[in-house]
Structures are given as C-alpha cells and as structure tokens.
Ligand binder design. Structure first.
Ligand SMILES: [Zn+2]
Ligand SMILES: [Zn+2]
Length: 198
C-alpha cells in the first residue's frame, strides 16, 4: 500500500497522502489537505499549520519520532490482526510489511461463523489447534473464521456458503494466511507447520 491507495480505500479527500510503514518518516508535504498514513491508520493535515503539531518535527523530511499513531489526531482504521478489524468491513485493509490483504465481512458475519464452526469444529483447519486445549477450558469455542474464496472471484450477488467457503483457523494460522498477498491457502499453511512435520 502507499499513501494514494490508502487515501482511496479510506475515502480521504486529500491532495497528497504519504505512507510510511512505521509512521515516522515522511517526505515533505506540499499540498493540503493532506494525510500521513501508516499501516493501520492516518492523520489528516488540513493545512500547513497542522504540521506544527507536538510530536512532528520538520526537517527535509517530516519526522514523527513516536509514529503518527502516537498523535491524538490519529485515526485508526485497522487493528493488527484480522479479527480485530473495526472499520467498515467492506473497505477494511490489513497491512503487513510488504503485502496487502483484504479481510471481508464474511469472516465477521456471526451466523456464518456459527454455521462454519458447527460444521468444521472449533479446531484450526491448518494446525489442528484447539484453543481450549492449549489455553484453558474457558477458551472453548474460540477460533477465527477465514473466508477461503478470493475476493477477486466474488461476484456482486455472491452469498457466502458457511460450510464450503469458510474455515476455522487459530489466530496464529489466520495471521500467517494474511501475511501474504494473495493470501496462502489453508493447505499451504498446514504444510508450513514445522511442529507437525515428520
Ligand atoms: Zn492454526
Ligand atoms: Zn482470513
């Protein structure tokens, strides 16, 4: 992702958007309104004086030592793992270091989740982890649900099939899936689980 892509995805009405993964170093902004973007959110700069904010230093580059996410005006669009996406699911982006993935509403639809888990069980389809076995009984039933149909293959009238299109994944495996763009298949993650290799 770059600043432009984020501005478009998040519908920011800005003339310039600069991206920095960790939110601290940006090249200079010359047009306003502008946005500084990191992998999970942004700050809006309505005009040049907004750059005089505490926590922003201007040299040849714009330096925000603790990252833009430390600023009070920071708007968080994403959490770090898919289940925690809080923005409107249609335009939710998860940003890794080099890759971009989309997480869609099907993984968050509670009825579809329930059906998927009823059918496949609350066990990770990749590494077979049962969260309750690993972390304690009160985690019974806790699992992420991953949507295996690529978003690019989804037509407008698509309806999710909770059994065929969704798989339970533990949070680790789910994060690994979305660490890549395009996302890994459940089978690819399964083959990566070193612990289960012979
Ligand atoms: Zn797993
Ligand atoms: Zn997923």
């Amino acid at each position: 992702m770059d600043g432009k892509a984020a501005a478009k995805a998040w519908k920011l009405e800005v003339k310039q958007a600069r991206y920095s993964e960790w939110g601290n170093w940006y090249s200079k902004i010359t047009e306003f309104p502008a946005a500084l973007v990191d992998k999970s959110g942004y700050i809006l700069l309505p005009n040049e004086t907004a750059l005089e904010h505490d926590g922003i230093h201007i040299t040849k580059q714009i330096n925000v030592p603790r990252g833009i996410s430390s600023l009070p005006s920071y708007i968080r669009m994403l959490a770090d793992i898919p289940e925690e996406v809080v923005s409107s699911a249609d335009r939710a982006f998860i940003e890794g270091s080099v890759e971009r993935v989309l997480v869609n509403r099907y993984e968050r639809d509670s009825r579809a989740r329930k059906k998927c888990i009823e059918h496949h069980g609350a066990v990770c389809a990749a590494c077979r982890t049962n969260m309750a076995t690993l972390y304690g009984e009160d985690l019974e039933g806790f699992i992420h649900v991953h949507h295996i149909v690529p978003l690019s293959d989804i037509a407008k009238e698509y309806r999710v099939d909770a059994v065929a299109d969704l798989r339970p994944l533990c949070p680790n495996c789910h994060a690994v899936v979305h660490r890549f763009n395009p996302p890994l298949s459940v089978e690819q993650v399964r083959q990566r689980v070193v612990r289960d290799r012979e």
